[in-house]
Design a protein around this ligand. Structure first.
Ligand SMILES: [Fe+2]
Ligand SMILES: [Fe+2]
Length: 500
């Protein structure tokens, strides 16, 4: 097909040559090009203003070692238009001045072949003292908030297509990510935390399920990963585009962003560091590498004058039900670094995708029922053993539900894995008889390390939504909300204890 066709939707406007039929994203009918490049796109027709409209523009929270402002501005555009400038107004000497800053292209690894060649990703460090910022005509957050009063949190968001798990990507009640994103925007949070697992379109929509997911972008054949430009457009950029522009966003890498899964798109678009875009690219033999991002932290200025340190540990790699010694050897230094960062803070939350102390339904264990305990994730509990003392709270997702857990002596854990992807079973969330690092029959999994006591508090909700955290005189309140924004529960976190 040779003609340019303009596509439009509430969050989406881009010109592309068409190579595939309609894609339906949460009720929006979008015409989608395949991930295969169309030769001569940039040369054959002049770019119009619509062609330059971003698919997403956002400000990623990063460590101050990456950017003094604590933010990296990033934009995702259709390929062929060239990087735009980052247009910023900066406060200076009681006045202000406008600055146009050159953005640099952030390229996918060459061994990803054409998986991302229809996208252009550009970035720049947000200048310090910025008071407003825009890129390609879209406003993005210009600075870290000076007084945080509301934090939005969610995780596990994409539309699940894997094996027998086929989610109805075309019906908002069945895949409610766009509704959740809209509700979070309405919260007017000061910062948003995403807890990992963006990417879920890991297989082609089965022919028998065309009514549910017909037109969903399929992975490329013959590569060692499952994501693609259009997979990310469908799973992330379209449903979350407006949200991404609305607040600074803290991003945690999930296991769906392993290099063998959605890692290439993650490192291209969402890893909050410079120079990391090719980390997940297949090796010279075509294999997906194992990658562990360094632990990093950011400090939030909280209303009332205190400071909250968020410490982000990459737990993309791991094993839910067993100890993987190789992964644990790479994972433990990340927790050692996290401990050091948290020790130097008055108040610290650990952000890590896999729960250190979450409980999953026995129905989702890999081999039922065996001697596996329902604690998740065992490799992370092992790797972090003895290092979590300085943390007040652990925030995770990965298990597709909401769960508040209290293991005596450990920081409270709040699991928020209900951001849109297919939920876990609704039953069987009893407190396990034995604690983390113990088998279902009471055998220590790592006698060289030790075990933890079982929980004295566990509450689980299996329903879609997100959370909003607000600071209290002491500790925090977490409102748990459904996709429409109605609260269905309230949790209080204080003195390393949680109750809902
Ligand atoms: Fe997940
Ligand atoms: Fe996960």
């Amino acid at each position: 097909m040779k003609s340019w066709v303009e596509l439009s939707g509430p969050d989406y406007s881009v010109g592309m040559r068409l190579r595939t039929p309609l894609l339906f994203v949460s009720g929006l009918a979008l015409t989608v090009a395949t991930v295969l490049p169309v030769s001569g796109v940039a040369q054959s027709a002049p770019a119009t203003s619509h062609d330059r409209a971003p698919l997403a523009a956002y400000s990623l929270v990063t460590s101050i070692s990456q950017a003094a402002s604590g933010l990296i501005a990033r934009v995702v555009l259709p390929a062929g238009v060239g990087c735009p400038s980052l247009d910023v107004t900066i406060a200076k000497n009681g006045g202000s001045k406008n600055v146009s800053k050159k953005m640099s292209e952030r390229k996918a690894g060459t061994t990803t072949l054409d998986a991302f060649s229809t996208l252009l990703v550009c970035e720049a460090a947000m200048p310090a003292n910025a008071v407003s910022a825009s890129v390609a005509g879209r406003s993005i957050p210009a600075a870290m908030p000076t007084e945080v009063d509301r934090i939005a949190l969610f995780g596990d968001s994409g539309c699940r297509l894997k094996g027998s798990d086929v989610q109805d990507c075309n019906v908002p009640s069945q895949w409610p990510l766009a509704r959740i994103a809209t509700s979070i925007i309405r919260e007017q949070a000061d910062v948003t935390i995403f807890l990992g697992d963006f990417f879920y379109r890991e297989e082609a929509c089965p022919v028998a399920n065309t009514a549910l997911c017909g037109g969903s972008p399929a992975p490329l054949p013959g590569v060692s990963f499952t994501d693609s430009a259009w997979g990310w457009v469908a799973d992330v950029l379209t449903p979350m585009g407006a949200l991404l522009s609305s607040t600074p966003i803290v991003v945690t890498r999930g296991n769906h962003e392993q290099c063998s899964r959605g890692g290439n798109g993650f490192f291209l678009m969402f890893d909050p560091a410079f120079g990391t875009s090719t980390q997940c690219a297949p090796t010279s033999t075509g294999a997906a590498p194992m990658v562990y991002s360094p632990t990093w932290a950011t400090d939030l200025a909280i209303k009332g004058g205190r400071t909250l340190r968020l410490v982000n540990v990459d737990s993309a790699n791991g094993s839910d039900s067993t100890i993987d010694d190789t992964i644990a050897a790479s994972q433990r230094p990340l927790f050692v670094q996290a401990q050091a960062l948290a020790k130097r803070a008055d108040e610290a939350w650990l952000l890590t995708h896999r729960p250190i102390m979450g409980v999953q339904s026995p129905e989702v264990l890999p081999v039922p029922p065996g001697d596996l305990s329902t604690w998740n994730s065992v490799t992370q509990a092992y790797s972090s053993y003895g290092l979590l003392g300085p943390f007040d709270l652990t925030l995770s997702s990965h298990v597709h539900l909401v769960q508040a857990v209290q293991v005596p002596g450990a920081p409270s854990e709040l699991v928020l894995g209900n951001g849109g992807t297919m939920l876990d079973p609704t039953t069987s969330y009893a407190i396990p008889e034995y604690g983390p690092l113990t088998s279902a029959t009471g055998q220590p999994l790592a006698p060289n390390v030790g075990t933890l006591p079982t929980a004295d508090y566990l509450k689980t909700w299996v329903r879609f939504g997100y959370a909003v955290a607000t600071p209290k005189r002491s500790g925090w309140a977490f409102e748990l909300k459904d996709p429409a924004g109605s609260a269905f529960a309230m949790c209080r976190s204080k003195d390393r204890l949680i109750a809902c």
